[in-house]
Design a binder for this molecule. Structure first.
Ligand code: ZN
Length: 269
């Protein structure tokens, strides 16, 4: 599943690859995604200028001169960057394509159909965006912010940091890794987390995400050579899916919020 670093990598790749910033047309190939693709999108975006492409949480946002396109990759979404000449070769799971003035095409493919695309005039009021917490790499996400969110809460710290309304983009693997680095058990109740632990945890979350973005950036040199595959880069993990901790003890795996949560009974308290 694409996580924040993969989405960041895709956004960077699109920005690098895009030459024309005007949309010639938008074609719906198969509207069945998590939400049906609105039949209004082709006329809303036709001949519109792309002013900016950026990420918010795990959403890819195209700022147009009349509104915003909001793309989510779901579980298996892939954006391919192709020449017009290849456009007729439709894949079984292609859902839409954005044709640019220079005849380059961004094509969206999604095997499991959990992705989505929306157009909106005001991004901040959009139902997928309005309740999102701050970006994990922003200054706003700091120890005082996290401590404030932890206060009087009975929920496990891992569930809190994975809650998109608290902070966006901390997926399961990153949550496990950051908690391990901070020596905090994933099931520790938020109300018992100290300010010092919040500080360690915030630093660890930023560290694992930055490291992953960096490795994505180096793996992915040219979007076109990728054959459409986003940066699902493998990295060395310290605790997630590991058998033995570096202290020599067997790694535990418990379910929290239905997700596998790996931790070390000795190193994490
Ligand atoms: Zn250990």
């Amino acid at each position: 599943m694409p996580e924040l670093p993969e989405v960041e990598t895709v956004v960077k790749a699109i920005n690098r690859s895009l030459e024309s910033m005007t949309i010639k047309r938008f074609i719906i190939i198969n509207s069945k995604l998590r939400w049906d693709i609105s039949s209004n999108i082709p006329k809303l975006v036709k001949n519109r200028k792309i002013e900016n492409i950026y990420r918010r949480g795990k959403h890819i946002i195209f700022k147009l001169d009349n509104g915003y396109i909001l793309i989510h990759l779901g579980m298996t979404g892939i954006i391919k960057f192709i020449d017009t000449i290849d456009a007729k070769n439709r894949g079984k799971h292609d859902h839409y394509q954005i044709e640019l003035k220079d005849n380059k095409i961004l094509k969206y493919n999604d095997v499991r159909k959990f992705g989505s695309i929306h157009w909106t005039e005001n991004i901040h009021d959009h139902f997928l965006i309005q309740n999102l917490g701050p970006e994990p790499l922003s200054k706003e996400f700091d120890s005082i912010f996290l401590k404030d969110k932890c206060r009087n809460r009975n929920v496990a710290i891992k569930n809190l940091i994975m809650n998109q309304n608290i902070v966006v983009g901390v997926g399961n693997i990153y949550a496990c890794e950051a908690l391990y680095m901070s020596s905090i058990r994933p099931d520790k109740k938020c109300k018992y987390i100290t300010l010092k632990q919040c500080d360690d945890l915030v630093k660890s979350i930023k560290f694992v995400l930055k490291k992953s973005i960096k490795s994505g950036g180096t793996t992915l040199k040219d979007f076109k050579n990728l054959d459409g595959a986003p940066g699902y880069f493998k990295q060395k993990l310290m605790i997630y899916d590991c058998k033995i901790c570096k202290c020599g003890v067997e790694v535990k795996n418990i379910k929290l919020g239905g997700r596998s949560s790996f931790y070390c009974n000795v190193c994490q308290k």
